[in-house]
Design a protein around this ligand. Sequence first.
Ligand SMILES: NC(=O)C1=CN([C@@H]2O[C@H](COP(=O)(O)OP(=O)(O)OC[C@H]3O[C@@H](n4cnc5c(N)ncnc54)[C@H](OP(=O)(O)O)[C@@H]3O)[C@@H](O)[C@H]2O)C=CC1
Ligand SMILES: O=C(O)CCC(=O)C(=O)O
Length: 481
Amino acid sequence: MTVDNYIGGEWRPPASGRRVPSTNPARRSETVGFAPDSDRADLEAAVAAADSARRAWRKLAGAQRGALLFKAADLLESRMEEIGRAMTREMGKTIGEAKGETARGAAILRYYAGEGMRPVGDVIPSTDADALMYTTRVPLGVVGVISPWNFPVAIPLWKIAPALIYGNTVVWKPAIETAVTAALVMECFHAAGFPAGVLNMVMGDGAVIGQGIAEHPGIHGVTFTGSNAVGKRVGQIALARGAKYQLEMGGKNPIVVAADADLDLAAEATISGGLRSTGQKCTATSRVIVVRDVYEPFKEKLLAKIKSLRIGDGLDADTWLGPCASQKQYETVLEYIRKGREEGAELLVGGERPGDPALADGFFVSPAVFDRVTAGMTIAREEIFGPVLALMEARDLEEAIELANDTDFGLSASLYTRDLANALTFARESEAGLVRVNAETAGVELQAPFGGMKGSSSHSREQGQAAIEFFTEIKTVFVKP
Ligand SMILES: NC(=O)C1=CN([C@@H]2O[C@H](COP(=O)(O)OP(=O)(O)OC[C@H]3O[C@@H](n4cnc5c(N)ncnc54)[C@H](OP(=O)(O)O)[C@@H]3O)[C@@H](O)[C@H]2O)C=CC1
Ligand SMILES: O=C(O)CCC(=O)C(=O)O
C-alpha cells in the first residue's frame, strides 16, 4: 500500500515526492507499505486546512460532532480484521492484541462521541443577586497530535477523539513505523464524512514534522506520547511559544509480590504485564520486586511459565510473543541485556535470538529474566521497552515499596497481596499515576484518567473525563441583565 497524507479532506502525495518503506519486523525483507516523507510544505498545508475548518467545526452542536465520531467507530469496527493485520505486520504485536486494540479504538470513539452531550460547566452563585455567572469550555483551536508506533490505533484515538468532540481541529503526525495502520484509521474518518480540514494527517520524519508541529504558531496545543528525550523537547518548544502541551512518556513500572500473594496469579500478571506486546508498552512491568520469603518459589513459577511462551510471527494464531517492532528497538533491547550482564545481574533465561530458522529474518528476542538486580543497575533505572524482566529482592513490604518508588518514573505500579491493609498501604504510598492491586501494571481503561507522576508525564492526565482539561479552556461568564 502506498500511503498519502490526508489534508483538507483529500489524499495528497508529499510535496517532495519522497517515500520511505514500512517493513515487517517479523520478516525484515517484507515491505508492508510506503509512507510519505513529508516536509514543512505539507505541514503548512495541513495547518492551513485545520485553521480554515476550525470556526465552523466549533460552532456545531456537540451532538453533531458526536454523530460523526459514532460513524467513524462503526467503520473502524467493521474493518477490525484488516486494521489488526496491518498493525501486526507493521509493528509485530500478535493479531489477537492488534484486533483487540482496534476494538478498543472503536470504544474510545464511542465514549467521546457521547461526551458531546454531557455537561461542560457549572453555574456559580454571584455576589450580585441579579447576575448569572457560569463556566463553559472552549476549544484550544488547532491541536497537534504526535503519536508513537506501540499502540498505533488506541493512542492517536484517545487524543484525536476528545480533541474533536470538544471542538478542536487536528493535525496528526503518526509514527512512521505504523504508517499503513494510520492510513487505514484515517480512511475511517474520511468515510464517516468529517468536514474537510477537521482532521489532517501528515507523515514524515519526527525531527521535521513532529518538531514542526511543536514549533508551529498556528498550532495551539500539542499532545505527545513517546520517549522522554523527545517529549521533553516537544514540551520545551511548545512552552517557549506559549502553546499548551501534554506529554505521556516512559515508565519503569514495578510489580511488587508480597509474602501473602497468590504466587501463580502474580507470576501470570508479571508475564502478561511485562511481555505482552513484547514489553513495548509504557505501562509494561519491568521491575519485579519480590519479598524475600517468597522470592525463590515465585522465581521458579515465573521461569516455568516463561519457558512455555511461544515466540513467532504475530499473524500465527498460536504465537504468544512477537518480534521487537523495529531494528532500532531490537538493538536497544540487546544493548540493555549486554549492560545487565556487564553490571553483574544474572541472566536466568532468554535474551537471545531464538534458534528457529523461520525466525531468522525478524527482530526476535527470547524473553529475558535477570536475577539479583539491584537498584543502581541500568536495567533497574532506564526504560527498556522490550521483553526483559528484572527480579529484585526486598526484605519486607516496606522495603519493596521503597524500591518501587526509587525511580525517576511514576506511570503504573502493581501489588499482589491477599491482605487489605497491604493493598491500602500500597495505594497510599505508591508514587505512580496508576496503582493496581492484584492486577498487572498494564491495562488502561479508556473511561479512567491515565498519566504518570514524576518523569512519566507533564503531570497531566489523558482519557476519561480528564481529557477535557487539556483539550479545552475554561471561560467564566458573568451576565448582568
Ligand atoms: N510512552 C510510550 O508509550 C512510548 C515510549 N517510547 C520510548 O521511546 C523509545 C524510542 O522510541 P521512538 O519511536 O524512537 O520514540 P520517539 O519519542 O522518537 O517517537 C514518538 C513520536 O515522536 C516523533 N518524533 C521523533 N522525533 C521528534 C522530534 N524531534 N520532535 C517531535 N516529534 C518527534 C516520532 O516520529 P517518527 O516515528 O517519525 O520518528 C513519533 O511519532 C522506546 O524505546 C521507548 O523507550 C516509544 C514509543 C511509545
Ligand atoms: O497499558 C495500556 O493499555 C496502554 C499503554 C500505553 O498507553 C502505552 O504504552 O503508551
